[in-house]
Design a protein around this ligand. Structure first.
Ligand code: NAI
Ligand code: PYR
Ligand code: MG
Length: 372
């Protein structure tokens, strides 16, 4: 199979879909790898690193999209990239389709087969291709939230750890999964007073067992959410219902009940965000204000630490990328129900029910797509 890796073109996105190590493994499996010139530079990989691995450097994205059997990327294809996708071509990347009707329409029109990193599962009920980026975004969230809380950046002027004689910031994390746990650990490490809310009692039991002395847990009822939000200096949104649009947990009307200058960090923005007033921002202009509350809503947070993120993502995607290349998507998905869970689009049809429900589009099952 010919595997193509174009340069990411989303604003301020410095990650790359294939590391030189991943390219080398694919080539050792008998595949051909083409990489766009400069694709890895933002993550610290030179073209020479790819040629040393046996890959071929190609000047333009057009040539990569025109000739590759499988495109391996990081972010969802941007409008210009979507025009280049072809019928029968395999796309392996993050998609986040539920909040994105334009992208969904273009992928359906292209006739491509698209496997979304964020819905591939594992045998423990986890999301192995989302997890590494959730670890990164979770660890970044208190860091960017602390910056947002600084007075010159529009925030309350509260220091995470306080100082002797002055109490720490109160941080509330909604959603205690991968993002939430990593965010809570780092916020607590910065000295903040941290509470994690979730709706899963088994998850809260786990968090309490492991981190009981580090942060508190609370059930994410609407009542607890607003009660804790009124006291919070920073609220980190970290909920997920896989594949679906994020539930809205703080409304615009409720912003008036929060502390002026509080920081909302909506990590769940890539699934549409869990605060009613969230809209996606970029690393270039990450923060905006609504009713005196600062919002940080960058949908590709891990791009800020592109080298760490690229290597972490590559470690997770490599076995799946190799299975897709070795067997083709049909056999690879038929053999592995967890990879099959990643199938979102095939030949003009949605193949992921939660995306179809969010967008009001009929879907077929992945099994029907494989059989078809
Ligand atoms: N902005 C960015 O750059 C990035 C965003 N993300 C996003 O962060 C979000 C969280 O991802 P993960 O932590 O990996 O997911 P996860 O599945 O590990 O955790 C989600 C948690 O939310 C909880 N939850 C679901 N509905 C809830 C509700 N109504 N109230 C309270 N808790 C609720 C679940 O029980 C679960 O514990 C996802 O939308 C993911 O796509 C992840 C990485 C980067
Ligand atoms: C998960 C995701 O969307 C990202 O890493 O950008
Ligand atoms: Mg994202």
């Amino acid at each position: 199979m010919k595997i193509g890796c174009p340069t990411e073109i989303k604003p301020q996105e410095f990650r790359v879909g294939l590391t030189p190590n991943a390219a080398q493994e694919a080539i050792a499996h008998g595949h051909e790898v083409i990489v766009q010139a400069g694709a890895g530079v933002g993550a610290g990989f030179e073209d020479a690193d790819y040629t040393a691995a046996g890959a071929r450097i190609i000047d333009t994205a057009e040539e990569i999209f025109a000739t590759a059997d499988m495109i391996v990327k990081v972010k969802e294809p941007q409008a210009g990239e979507r025009k280049m996708l072809r019928e029968g071509q395999l796309l392996f990347t993050y998609l986040h389709l539920a909040p994105d009707p334009d992208q969904t329409h273009d992928l359906l029109t292209s006739g491509c087969t698209a496997i979304a990193y964020e819905t591939v599962t594992d045998r423990n009920g986890g999301l192995p291709l989302l997890a590494p980026m959730s670890e990164v975004a979770g660890r970044l969230a208190p860091q960017v939230g602390a910056w947002t809380l600084q007075k010159a950046n529009g925030g309350r002027g509260v220091l995470m750890g306080g100082v002797p004689g002055v109490g720490p910031a109160k941080v509330m994390v909604i959603g205690g999964g991968v993002v939430g746990t990593h965010a809570a650990r780092i916020a607590a490490g910065m000295g903040a007073d941290v509470t994690v809310l979730d709706r899963s009692l088994p998850r809260m039991r786990y968090l309490d067992d492991i981190y009981g002395g580090t942060f508190k847990t609370a059930y994410a009822s609407a009542g607890n959410t607003i009660e804790l939000a009124r006291e919070a200096d920073m609220i980190i949104g970290a909920v997920l219902i896989p594949g679906a649009a994020a539930p809205k947990l703080i409304s615009r009307a409720q912003l008036s009940e929060l502390k002026p200058g509080a920081a909302l960090v909506d990590v769940a923005i890539d699934q549409g965000g869990c605060f009613e007033t969230s809209k996606a921002t970029t690393h270039q202009d990450p923060v905006y204000e609504v009713d005196g509350i600062m919002h940080y809503c960058v949908a590709n947070m891990p791009g800020a630490v592109a080298r760490t993120s690229t290597i972490a993502l590559g470690n997770a995607t490599m076995p799946f990328m190799l299975a897709l290349a070795d067997k083709g998507w049909k056999q690879a998905c038929a053999d592995d129900p967890h990879l099959k869970a990643g199938l979102n689009v095939h030949a003009g049809k949605l193949t992921y029910a939660a995306v179809g429900e969010a967008l009001g589009i009929d879907s077929i099952t992945a099994d029907q797509a494989i059989a078809g």
